[in-house]
Ligand binder design. Structure first.
Ligand SMILES: Cc1cc2nc3c(=O)[nH]c(=O)nc-3n(C[C@H](O)[C@H](O)[C@H](O)COP(=O)(O)OP(=O)(O)OC[C@H]3O[C@@H](n4cnc5c(N)ncnc54)[C@H](O)[C@@H]3O)c2cc1C
Length: 495
């Protein structure tokens, strides 16, 4: 079928769904995005509440550097992103250790001088990976054609890179051990803290290749998105509409109708039925299984590591508390040295030159921590009192960790709200509120966009390469590649 005649329904207006929809709309396909909320963005949305515009989950714009996935996407769609580079990506704090993470690793090298050879390898690997991901990555490979194209791209672009192949099966801890860094608890904690927020697991399990690109973020650049990270999705939605498509809000998909391996329609909660040639599901595999009623849930386990959800505080605060910081983001590991479950927090606050983000003289603050979802759903089952008590305990614990580094923190708080895994499940439609993507433990056990249905593909951070804005955009390109191949094949079969 000609692209102009192709009807594509995208379920969900997260960054992955919108990027795929916008690229296809630009190529001429007819795109309809169905979004259950009133605004786009999902985990990377910015929402309005009591005079504040809070970033819901994601706060750091990444992949906007020259030839990065967001930069290329913007150029292709004619979008000028409202972004500017932050001089310091974020600050890392644990007890008296206080490290700025700018694009040069001076402070890190000063503090951990033995780590220089490790960072040299990381930089080489990241350079190769950014190069490979330019314009999309044909991974997981579906055949010899994909493998050949990857090899061509890698070898042609960076011929000296063959020795980096050894990292594909290494964990980060093994990599650190090669440099004698695994016995330095401060360095391992510093690396683990960065890995947890990016590849969703720590050095013991994280794959070295995934980690290399994640650790590159301060170097490739952390970008401020003016108006809040949700502007990215708003601009992608506009690009779809400018290219003749539609983004419909309050349209919750409740059923995907299929016959054998073919999806033929979508039903929404308000009783509408929509026909489509192809469907792009911006969903987790578990949520997709519920909508199709056919995909075996046990077949969608991504790795041996359990997945995380998030507990997030949305605070109205006096910005004076953060006035000495060289950045708008700070990662704090509490005195216990443990990570997740409120022991480590990531704090982001809005810029004072954005008056629409907060009432006069205040700022909008998002503070997140990783948490296992089960305890939250158990507490909810026990009753509202148990659930609210858990919420209170997490809130207090996170404010304690913040106060370790900023003793006046509690006095600076003007308003407070929280999102638990229960909130995330309701808001994103993801089973157990599993947000942040899958733990990146292996390059060879990853999920691609293909599903049990020939004309239905997954997009979003459940598929390779996983979480983050550039991650889901790279995954969206792979979904489009497979969709177009499938369309071509169907066309040939019908001739
Ligand atoms: C706390 C936190 C902090 C993060 N920090 C960063 C960061 O700083 N930088 C970064 O790059 N990344 C960050 N990430 C990761 C990033 O936000 C995500 O990887 C990315 O936004 C996920 O996009 P997605 O395309 O998978 O869609 P999602 O964000 O999951 O959106 C899916 C959309 O589909 C809709 N939907 C679901 N079910 C249905 C249905 N049945 N019918 C209709 N619509 C439906 C949802 O409402 C939602 O809008 C963070 C994530 C979290 C949770």
């Amino acid at each position: 079928m000609e692209l102009q005649d192709l009807n594509v329904v995208v379920i969900g207006a997260g960054v992955g769904g919108l990027a795929a929809g916008a690229l296809l709309a630009r190529k001429g396909a007819m795109i309809t995005v169905l979004e259950s909320q009133e605004y786009p963005g999902g985990c990377a949305a910015t929402f309005f509440r009591n005079g504040y515009r809070f970033d819901a989950g994601a706060t750091i714009g990444c992949g906007f550097h020259d030839c990065g996935p967001m930069d290329i996407l913007g150029k292709e769609l004619g979008i000028i992103w409202p972004v500017s580079l932050e001089a310091v990506a974020w600050q890392y704090r644990h007890q008296s250790l206080n490290l700025d993470l700018p694009s040069q690793r001076f402070e890190i090298l000063e503090h951990f001088p033995r780590s220089a050879p490790f960072w040299k390898e990381q930089a080489e690997l990241a350079r190769l990976l950014w190069h490979l991901s330019e314009g999309g990555l044909s991974w997981p490979a579906k055949g010899v054609r994909d493998l050949a194209s990857l090899a061509r791209k890698g070898i042609a672009g960076l011929p000296e890179s063959a020795h980096l192949f050894q990292f594909t099966t290494k964990t980060v801890l093994e990599w650190l051990a090669n440099h004698g860094l695994d016995s330095d608890p401060d360095f391992v904690r510093f690396i683990d803290a960065q890995l947890l927020v990016s590849v969703q697991t720590t050095s013991q399990y994280a794959n070295a290749v995934n980690a290399a690109i994640a650790l590159d973020l301060p170097v490739s650049g952390a970008y401020r998105v003016k108006g809040g990270i949700g502007r990215v999705s708003e601009l992608l939605s506009k690009a779809i509409e400018d290219n003749g498509g539609a983004v419909l809000y309050r349209k919750k998909v409740v059923r995907i109708d299929s016959v054998r391996r073919q999806v033929f329609g979508i039903e929404t909660a308000d009783g509408a039925a929509i026909a489509s040639d192809f469907v792009l599901a911006n969903l987790s595999p578990e949520s997709l299984a519920l909508l199709t009623g056919s995909e075996n849930k046990s077949a969608v386990v991504m790795s041996e590591c359990p997945q995380w959800s998030a507990f997030v505080l949305y605070l109205g605060m006096d910005p004076a508390l953060f006035s000495a910081l060289p950045t708008h983001h700070v990662q704090i590991i509490g005195a216990s040295g443990e990570l997740a479950e409120g022991n480590s927090i990531f704090v982001s606050f809005s810029f004072d030159d954005e008056p629409d983000r907060a009432p006069a003289g205040l700022c909008a603050v998002t503070i997140s921590t990783h948490t296992r979802p089960e305890q939250w759903f158990k507490a909810k089952e026990k009753g509202m009192a148990a659930y609210l008590e858990l919420k209170r305990a997490f809130t207090e614990h996170m404010l304690d960790v913040l106060s370790e580094q900023f003793p006046q923190a509690r006095d600076a708080v003007r308003s407070i709200a929280a999102a638990t895994p229960v909130t995330w499940e309701r808001y994103t439609g993801r089973f157990q509120g599993l947000v942040g993507g899958y733990p990146q433990t292996s390059l060879f056990k990853v999920r691609g966009p293909a599903t049990l249905f020939d004309n239905l593909f997954l997009v979003g951070d459940s598929i390779f390469p996983g979480q983050s804005l550039p991650g889901v955009v790279t995954g969206a390109r792979r979904a489009i590649e497979l969709l177009l191949q499938r369309n071509e094949k169907t066309g040939r079969e019908q001739q």
